[in-house]
Design a protein. Structure first.
Length: 483
């Protein structure tokens, strides 16, 4: 099977994060396909793999797939004792790799014309089922935006996406320039317009320009991409981000994210945008669900671990947040964002020296990044080091004379350097500009103090809870509607 991506129908997932039993209409086709696979020569000669595949398929059909963990499989399938330790005994992981290989070979040979496809994704023991015609149709749609016919446009797009990976203000500006050049070379490139939409959205988060302006630009570019490719998952996701923060209308944003994920449930960037937007607009259940799915699909995702850590940080689950941030730092030791996130948590947890070490490392990597300077002022001010906090604030003001600095970054630095009046003014500017980071205000006590309370970035928390309740059991749409 040449493609590693097999789509799990979106109707099998719910807003609560649980995967309900597969629809009864699918039971017999899946079991018929299972019997066919088990009767093939590779599986006839391997009773252990046959038992493994049968067990996980039946658990999935029964809606018990959440139990498919390494320890349980070692005992139930491979007859290990209660003392089984997956860290020492790798039997489950080894056999899972063998099973994936055999399934792929089966679908490349005897099963190449089978209508039902069973796959076990890497990093998971839960099988997915899909009809081959749906896979081929969706795969064709997924590939279309990036089949650039113009080599120069393709090269500019590649450079633009590379710049996006750095997550710095300067790299985002360079990315915008690259995608603009790609569009100049090929105005009909859906991939270039979608990439530009992502760059504009990241610009709003990075504070390279007023967030409201960046979001408007993102909306325009996403719309241009969708005019050229109606099922662009990337463009639909960015529309959801804009709906969440600029409009703000979570019900519309939620529908855009769900439509994107109906097209490709395995798209990690779409789930990351969904989770981050949900978290910062007060929809924590949605955020937790999407973060979990990202970790299961892409366990090495830096953004996935940072999102998971931030979810727990905001919820006051500091030890759990620390685990995610530590893993992010271990996986990406040169990521300034990972060290910055760690510094914010440690400062909140009243561990000033450790926080200082983390923000110092972030500054070594990106010494002129405005977010790093603002975080340094917070870390130093939280520890009572007023002179160091004011020094960081002055550096940030100097940077603001050379480039746009997000008002919220200034507000944080000013609040923890002792300039309360200026901090309040900057905070009002941040609200007016629709910065997406207003959902982080609970982390900064100095900004929360005083007569004025922070307005939420999206719906009120009570309204958010009601909205979650309304779609908590509704599946993601099975097929996308027309744009």
């Amino acid at each position: 099977m040449s493609q590693a991506i097999i789509v799990q129908p979106a109707s099998w997932t719910t807003a609560s994060g649980r995967i309900p039993p597969v629809g009864a209409s699918m039971h017999e086709p899946v079991r018929r396909q299972l019997r066919k696979i088990l009767s093939s020569q590779p599986f006839v000669r391997s009773p252990r793999l046959s038992r493994f595949l049968t067990f996980i398929v039946e658990q999935k059909l029964a809606g018990e797939d959440h139990k498919l963990k390494e320890y349980m499989l070692g005992i139930e399938v491979f007859n290990r004792h209660d003392t089984f330790d997956p860290r020492i005994d790798s039997i489950v992981r080894v056999e899972a790799r063998r099973l994936r290989v055999k399934l792929e070979r089966y679908y490349e040979t005897e099963g190449r014309d089978d209508s039902v496809v069973i796959i076990i994704h890497k990093g998971s023991y839960v099988p997915s089922f899909a009809n081959r015609p749906d896979i081929e149709r969706l795969q064709a749609g997924l590939d279309a935006p990036y089949q650039e016919s113009n080599p120069r446009a393709f090269a500019f797009c590649a450079k633009g996406r590379l710049h996006l990976e750095a997550w710095t203000a300067s790299s985002i500006r360079e990315s915008i320039e690259c995608f603009g050049q790609a569009i100049a070379e090929d105005p009909e490139s859906a991939g270039a317009h979608a990439g530009l939409a992502t760059a504009w959205a990241l610009s709003a988060f990075a504070g390279t320009m007023p967030a409201s302006d960046a979001f408007e630009n993102a909306r325009h570019s996403a719309n241009a991409a969708l005019q050229r490719h109606a099922n662009s998952v990337e463009a639909l996701s960015i529309e959801g981000v804009v709906n969440a923060f600029l409009d703000p209308d979570w019900s519309v944003a939620d529908s855009r994210f769900r439509r994107a994920l109906a097209i490709n449930p395995s798209d990690c960037p779409a789930r990351l945008w969904y989770g981050a937007s949900a978290l910062l607009t007060g929809h924590s259940n949605d955020a937790r669900r999407e973060a979990l799915r990202v970790r299961n699909t892409a366990p090495t995702s830096l953004a996935g671990h940072l999102l998971s850590g931030l979810i727990r940080h905001l919820a006051g689950e500091k030890s759990e947040a620390l685990e995610h941030y530590r893993l992010a730092v271990e996986l990406y030791p040169n990521s300034w964002t990972a060290h910055l996130a760690m510094a914010l948590l440690l400062a909140t947890d009243e561990k000033p020296e450790e926080a200082r070490a983390s923000i110092t490392r972030a500054a070594e990597i990106e010494p002129r990044e405005p977010m790093v300077l603002a975080a340094r002022a917070y870390v130093e001010g939280s520890a009572g080091r007023a002179e160091e906090a004011r020094r960081a604030l002055e550096q940030l003001r100097e940077a603001a004379g050379q480039q746009h600095v997000a008002p919220l970054a200034l507000a944080v630095a000013q609040a923890y350097a002792g300039d309360a009046d200026e901090a309040r003014q900057a905070l009002e500017q941040a609200r007016a500009s629709r910065t997406p980071w207003l959902g982080l205000l609970p982390l900064f006590a100095a900004l929360s103090e005083g007569p004025a309370e922070a307005e939420p970035a999206g719906p009120q928390m009570e309204e958010a809870a009601q909205a979650e309740a309304q779609h908590a059991e509704s599946p993601e749409p099975e097929t996308p509607s027309e744009n």
